[in-house]
Design a protein around this ligand. Structure first.
Ligand code: ADP
Length: 251
């Protein structure tokens, strides 16, 4: 914790991780490393452990076996939350308080100013973040009045205002109208081009293979981890999803 991680160091490193909520592990033999600037999607059928893996990565769960680190620190002691922008599923945002887009984005500055007032510079950063996600014209709109895609952009702007260098998105296009999905992925791509690391949990395999550069295919264990093009040509998809096809059909 004394010296910050070098850019070349992995942002995320999992080594032989195993975890179960009860005695039976729901993820096991997980070793992976994600470097700054990557654009990675975690795919897998329902119940394959995607959310559990994300929680292990973010330090919200501790491995039963093995180790997890974030920005070079054990994940469970990492507490510089501003470095991570988390965008939850649209559905879970419906209970959000009726605050405006600008207020949401200003929250991104809070870790940087403590309980103090936002300075002119902070407000400028907020305005820039709104512009980057194309939401300047909606700054005074209440979040509850936004479309799904606009709402996700507002939460991305909050992360940008916080100067996050890792953006974690959990099925971000659930509830987003089809016409807005492509533009949403274009935004992620441009953020990635600027060096922001993107980690995506996604159910929509088409969207993932079109946009992510690296795929981690999970079904309790890692079935595939590599470039997206190799994944498309591999049989990992059939192997990982095959046994769970009935589970997917049921939900
Ligand atoms: P995914 O995100 O791929 O759908 P999850 O990580 O949510 O998968 O779940 C993996 C497995 O762990 C599933 O069998 C699920 O029922 C179980 N599980 C998830 N969360 C809990 C929990 N809080 N307590 C007990 N079991 C859980």
């Amino acid at each position: 914790a004394e010296s910050p991680a070098e850019p070349a160091d992995p942002l995320i490193e999992l080594s032989d991780v195993e975890f179960g909520y009860t005695a039976a592990p729901v993820v096991e033999n997980i070793s992976l490393s994600i470097a700054q600037g990557e654009y990675v999607a975690i795919v897998g059928p329902n119940g394959s452990g995607k959310s559990t893996l994300m929680k292990l990565i973010l330090g919200l769960l501790r491995p039963d076996e093995g180790s997890a680190s974030l920005f070079g620190e054990p994940s469970h002691t990492f507490d510089d939350g501003a470095r991570i922008g988390y965008v939850a599923q649209h559905a879970s945002a419906s209970k959000e308080m009726p605050i405006t887009v600008r207020e949401v984005v200003k929250m991104g500055r809070f870790p940087h100013v403590g309980f103090g007032m936002l300075s002119a510079d902070d407000h400028e950063i907020v305005d820039e973040a709104l512009a980057t996600v194309g939401m300047s014209d909606f700054a005074n709109r209440r979040v509850t009045q936004l479309s799904g895609g606009q709402r996700q952009r507002a939460f991305i702007a909050r992360a940008l205002a916080g100067e996050a260098d890792l953006l974690v998105l959990d099925e971000p296009t659930v509830g987003v109208d089809a016409e807005s999905v492509d533009a949403f992925y274009d935004l992620l791509e441009s953020l990635n081009d600027e060096g922001i690391t993107i980690l995506l949990i996604e159910h929509d395999l088409g969207a993932v293979t079109d946009h992510a550069k690296r795929i981690i295919c999970l079904n309790r264990e890692v079935y595939f981890d590599g470039p997206t093009d190799d994944f498309v040509e591999s049989d990992a998809l059939a192997r990982a999803f095959g046994t769970a096809a009935t589970v997917m059909g049921e939900t």
